[in-house]
Ligand binder design. Structure first.
Ligand code: CTP
Ligand code: MG
Length: 231
Protein backbone atom coordinates (compact mmCIF):
# COMPACT_ATOMS: atom_id res chain seq x y z
CA UNK A 1 0.00 0.00 0.00
CA UNK A 2 2.90 2.40 -0.61
CA UNK A 3 1.87 5.90 -1.58
CA UNK A 4 -1.70 5.45 -0.34
CA UNK A 5 -2.64 8.66 1.37
CA UNK A 6 -6.45 8.85 1.43
CA UNK A 7 -8.13 5.92 3.12
CA UNK A 8 -11.83 5.22 3.48
CA UNK A 9 -13.44 3.39 6.39
CA UNK A 10 -16.79 1.90 5.44
CA UNK A 11 -18.71 1.05 8.60
CA UNK A 12 -21.15 -1.77 7.90
CA UNK A 13 -21.06 -3.70 11.17
CA UNK A 14 -24.42 -2.67 12.60
CA UNK A 15 -27.20 -5.18 13.16
CA UNK A 16 -29.98 -3.09 11.67
CA UNK A 17 -32.28 -3.63 14.61
CA UNK A 18 -34.76 -0.93 13.56
CA UNK A 19 -35.04 -2.42 10.07
CA UNK A 20 -35.80 -5.79 11.63
CA UNK A 21 -34.57 -7.98 8.75
CA UNK A 22 -33.32 -11.57 9.11
CA UNK A 23 -29.72 -10.47 8.51
CA UNK A 24 -27.47 -7.49 9.23
CA UNK A 25 -28.54 -4.30 7.44
CA UNK A 26 -25.46 -4.20 5.18
CA UNK A 27 -26.50 -7.53 3.64
CA UNK A 28 -30.17 -6.87 2.93
CA UNK A 29 -31.23 -6.39 -0.71
CA UNK A 30 -31.09 -2.93 -2.28
CA UNK A 31 -32.27 -3.31 -5.85
CA UNK A 32 -30.48 -6.29 -7.38
CA UNK A 33 -27.59 -6.37 -4.91
CA UNK A 34 -26.83 -6.22 -1.21
CA UNK A 35 -26.85 -2.77 0.40
CA UNK A 36 -23.09 -2.90 1.08
CA UNK A 37 -22.33 -3.33 -2.64
CA UNK A 38 -23.53 0.17 -3.51
CA UNK A 39 -21.24 2.24 -1.27
CA UNK A 40 -18.34 -0.21 -1.60
CA UNK A 41 -18.40 -0.01 -5.39
CA UNK A 42 -18.70 3.78 -5.35
CA UNK A 43 -15.80 4.26 -2.89
CA UNK A 44 -13.64 1.80 -4.79
CA UNK A 45 -14.31 3.63 -8.07
CA UNK A 46 -13.51 7.07 -6.66
CA UNK A 47 -10.29 8.62 -7.89
CA UNK A 48 -10.07 10.43 -4.52
CA UNK A 49 -9.77 7.18 -2.54
CA UNK A 50 -6.61 5.08 -2.44
CA UNK A 51 -7.69 2.23 -0.16
CA UNK A 52 -10.75 1.02 1.74
CA UNK A 53 -11.21 -0.79 5.06
CA UNK A 54 -14.63 -2.36 5.61
CA UNK A 55 -16.01 -3.20 9.07
CA UNK A 56 -18.72 -5.87 9.01
CA UNK A 57 -20.52 -7.87 11.70
CA UNK A 58 -18.42 -10.73 13.12
CA UNK A 59 -18.92 -13.87 10.94
CA UNK A 60 -19.75 -11.73 7.88
CA UNK A 61 -16.11 -11.07 6.88
CA UNK A 62 -16.06 -13.87 4.31
CA UNK A 63 -19.29 -12.62 2.70
CA UNK A 64 -17.78 -9.14 2.42
CA UNK A 65 -14.55 -10.47 0.88
CA UNK A 66 -16.54 -12.45 -1.71
CA UNK A 67 -18.60 -9.33 -2.47
CA UNK A 68 -15.44 -7.24 -2.94
CA UNK A 69 -14.11 -9.89 -5.34
CA UNK A 70 -17.38 -9.93 -7.30
CA UNK A 71 -17.27 -6.15 -7.60
CA UNK A 72 -13.55 -6.28 -8.47
CA UNK A 73 -13.14 -3.71 -5.69
CA UNK A 74 -9.36 -3.81 -5.79
CA UNK A 75 -8.85 -1.00 -3.25
CA UNK A 76 -10.23 -3.08 -0.38
CA UNK A 77 -7.17 -3.45 1.85
CA UNK A 78 -8.90 -5.15 4.79
CA UNK A 79 -12.23 -6.46 6.01
CA UNK A 80 -12.45 -6.41 9.81
CA UNK A 81 -15.05 -7.56 12.32
CA UNK A 82 -16.74 -4.49 13.79
CA UNK A 83 -17.57 -3.87 17.41
CA UNK A 84 -20.67 -3.50 19.55
CA UNK A 85 -20.90 0.24 18.85
CA UNK A 86 -20.21 2.27 15.73
CA UNK A 87 -17.22 3.80 17.52
CA UNK A 88 -15.82 0.33 18.23
CA UNK A 89 -16.20 -0.52 14.54
CA UNK A 90 -14.34 2.67 13.53
CA UNK A 91 -11.57 1.78 16.02
CA UNK A 92 -11.25 -1.74 14.62
CA UNK A 93 -10.91 -0.33 11.09
CA UNK A 94 -8.41 2.36 12.13
CA UNK A 95 -5.99 -0.37 13.25
CA UNK A 96 -5.65 -1.41 9.59
CA UNK A 97 -4.72 2.06 8.35
CA UNK A 98 -0.96 2.53 7.92
CA UNK A 99 1.02 5.37 9.47
CA UNK A 100 1.62 7.07 6.13
CA UNK A 101 -2.11 7.72 5.54
CA UNK A 102 -2.81 11.45 5.49
CA UNK A 103 -6.58 11.57 5.27
CA UNK A 104 -9.34 9.21 6.42
CA UNK A 105 -12.91 9.38 5.14
CA UNK A 106 -15.48 7.54 7.26
CA UNK A 107 -18.75 6.53 5.64
CA UNK A 108 -21.90 4.67 6.76
CA UNK A 109 -22.79 1.73 4.52
CA UNK A 110 -26.38 2.60 5.51
CA UNK A 111 -26.05 5.66 3.20
CA UNK A 112 -25.53 3.88 -0.14
CA UNK A 113 -25.73 6.81 -2.57
CA UNK A 114 -22.32 8.37 -1.92
CA UNK A 115 -20.84 10.06 -4.99
CA UNK A 116 -17.61 11.68 -6.08
CA UNK A 117 -19.00 15.22 -5.85
CA UNK A 118 -19.67 14.70 -2.14
CA UNK A 119 -16.28 13.07 -1.55
CA UNK A 120 -14.62 16.05 -3.23
CA UNK A 121 -16.72 18.47 -1.15
CA UNK A 122 -15.59 16.97 2.18
CA UNK A 123 -11.95 16.66 1.13
CA UNK A 124 -11.54 20.27 -0.03
CA UNK A 125 -11.53 22.14 3.31
CA UNK A 126 -8.95 19.77 4.86
CA UNK A 127 -6.35 21.61 2.79
CA UNK A 128 -7.45 24.84 4.53
CA UNK A 129 -6.41 23.55 7.93
CA UNK A 130 -9.59 22.01 9.33
CA UNK A 131 -9.30 18.78 11.30
CA UNK A 132 -12.51 17.40 9.85
CA UNK A 133 -15.29 18.12 7.36
CA UNK A 134 -18.89 16.90 7.56
CA UNK A 135 -21.93 17.24 5.28
CA UNK A 136 -24.89 18.95 6.95
CA UNK A 137 -28.50 19.57 5.94
CA UNK A 138 -30.77 22.33 7.23
CA UNK A 139 -33.63 21.17 9.47
CA UNK A 140 -37.19 21.41 8.19
CA UNK A 141 -38.93 20.90 11.53
CA UNK A 142 -38.92 23.05 14.64
CA UNK A 143 -36.55 21.55 17.23
CA UNK A 144 -37.18 21.63 20.98
CA UNK A 145 -35.14 20.43 23.92
CA UNK A 146 -37.32 18.25 26.12
CA UNK A 147 -36.84 16.86 29.62
CA UNK A 148 -39.28 14.31 31.05
CA UNK A 149 -41.91 15.27 28.48
CA UNK A 150 -41.67 19.00 29.15
CA UNK A 151 -40.29 21.50 26.67
CA UNK A 152 -37.25 23.20 28.13
CA UNK A 153 -36.51 25.41 25.14
CA UNK A 154 -37.07 25.88 21.44
CA UNK A 155 -33.75 25.89 19.63
CA UNK A 156 -32.80 28.33 16.88
CA UNK A 157 -33.28 26.08 13.88
CA UNK A 158 -31.24 28.36 11.61
CA UNK A 159 -28.13 27.53 13.65
CA UNK A 160 -28.64 23.75 13.44
CA UNK A 161 -27.77 21.13 10.81
CA UNK A 162 -28.44 17.40 10.53
CA UNK A 163 -25.06 15.78 9.94
CA UNK A 164 -24.39 12.95 7.48
CA UNK A 165 -21.44 10.93 6.21
CA UNK A 166 -18.98 10.83 4.39
CA UNK A 167 -16.92 12.65 7.03
CA UNK A 168 -13.29 13.48 6.17
CA UNK A 169 -10.50 13.92 8.72
CA UNK A 170 -6.78 14.31 8.87
CA UNK A 171 -5.49 10.90 9.89
CA UNK A 172 -3.74 12.48 12.88
CA UNK A 173 -6.90 14.12 14.22
CA UNK A 174 -9.03 11.00 13.80
CA UNK A 175 -6.44 8.69 15.35
CA UNK A 176 -5.90 10.83 18.42
CA UNK A 177 -9.67 11.34 18.85
CA UNK A 178 -10.24 7.57 18.96
CA UNK A 179 -7.20 6.86 21.14
CA UNK A 180 -9.06 8.01 24.25
CA UNK A 181 -12.38 7.02 25.79
CA UNK A 182 -15.68 7.69 24.00
CA UNK A 183 -16.90 11.24 24.71
CA UNK A 184 -20.38 11.32 26.29
CA UNK A 185 -23.13 11.48 23.69
CA UNK A 186 -20.78 11.14 20.71
CA UNK A 187 -22.63 9.46 17.85
CA UNK A 188 -20.54 10.39 14.81
CA UNK A 189 -16.79 10.55 14.19
CA UNK A 190 -16.76 14.33 14.16
CA UNK A 191 -18.01 14.46 17.76
CA UNK A 192 -14.92 12.49 18.82
CA UNK A 193 -12.68 15.04 17.11
CA UNK A 194 -14.72 17.97 18.51
CA UNK A 195 -14.30 16.59 22.03
CA UNK A 196 -10.52 16.89 21.54
CA UNK A 197 -10.85 20.52 20.47
CA UNK A 198 -10.67 19.76 16.74
CA UNK A 199 -12.08 22.22 14.22
CA UNK A 200 -14.83 20.74 12.07
CA UNK A 201 -16.08 22.44 8.93
CA UNK A 202 -19.65 21.86 7.68
CA UNK A 203 -20.34 21.67 3.93
CA UNK A 204 -23.67 21.20 2.11
CA UNK A 205 -25.12 17.73 2.60
CA UNK A 206 -27.11 15.67 0.10
CA UNK A 207 -30.72 14.52 0.71
CA UNK A 208 -29.87 11.34 -1.24
CA UNK A 209 -27.41 10.41 1.49
CA UNK A 210 -30.40 9.51 3.63
CA UNK A 211 -29.44 6.87 6.17
CA UNK A 212 -31.49 3.72 5.69
CA UNK A 213 -33.00 3.04 9.10
CA UNK A 214 -36.52 1.74 8.39
CA UNK A 215 -38.23 -0.14 5.57
CA UNK A 216 -39.66 3.15 4.30
CA UNK A 217 -36.14 4.59 3.98
CA UNK A 218 -35.09 1.49 2.07
CA UNK A 219 -37.96 1.88 -0.42
CA UNK A 220 -37.13 5.57 -0.91
CA UNK A 221 -33.42 5.01 -1.55
CA UNK A 222 -34.28 2.08 -3.84
CA UNK A 223 -36.46 4.43 -5.91
CA UNK A 224 -33.44 6.73 -6.36
CA UNK A 225 -31.11 3.96 -7.58
CA UNK A 226 -29.94 4.51 -11.12
CA UNK A 227 -31.35 8.05 -11.27
CA UNK A 228 -28.85 10.78 -12.04
CA UNK A 229 -27.95 12.95 -9.04
CA UNK A 230 -30.02 16.17 -8.75
CA UNK A 231 -28.70 19.12 -10.82
N1 CTP B 1 -22.33 0.50 12.55
C1 CTP B 1 -21.19 -0.28 12.74
N2 CTP B 1 -21.01 -0.95 13.92
C2 CTP B 1 -21.93 -0.87 14.89
C3 CTP B 1 -23.09 -0.08 14.72
C4 CTP B 1 -23.27 0.60 13.53
O1 CTP B 1 -20.35 -0.37 11.83
N3 CTP B 1 -21.73 -1.56 16.02
C5 CTP B 1 -22.55 1.15 11.25
C6 CTP B 1 -23.80 0.61 10.55
O2 CTP B 1 -23.48 -0.59 9.86
C7 CTP B 1 -24.20 1.77 9.66
C8 CTP B 1 -23.69 2.99 10.41
O3 CTP B 1 -22.79 2.53 11.42
O4 CTP B 1 -23.63 1.71 8.37
C9 CTP B 1 -24.83 3.78 11.04
O5 CTP B 1 -25.49 2.97 12.00
P1 CTP B 1 -27.05 2.67 12.00
O6 CTP B 1 -27.71 3.30 10.84
O7 CTP B 1 -27.56 2.92 13.37
O8 CTP B 1 -27.08 1.08 11.68
P2 CTP B 1 -27.42 -0.10 12.67
O9 CTP B 1 -26.75 0.14 13.98
O10 CTP B 1 -27.10 -1.34 11.94
O11 CTP B 1 -29.02 0.01 12.79
P3 CTP B 1 -29.86 -0.05 14.16
O12 CTP B 1 -29.36 1.09 15.00
O13 CTP B 1 -31.28 0.08 13.72
O14 CTP B 1 -29.55 -1.40 14.77
MG1 MG C 1 -27.32 1.85 15.20
Amino acid sequence: MNGSTTWAILVAAGSGERLGADRPKAFIALGERVLLAESLERLDASAWIDAVVVAVPPAWEEAAIVLAEELVASKVAAVVPGGVTRAASVRAALVEIPDDALVVIVHDAARPLIDDAMIERVLGPLAEGYDGVVPGLPLADTVKRVERGLVVETLDRSALVAVQTPQAFTATALRSAYAGPDPAGATDCASFVEARGGRIRVVAGDTRLLKITTGADLALVESWLGEPPPG
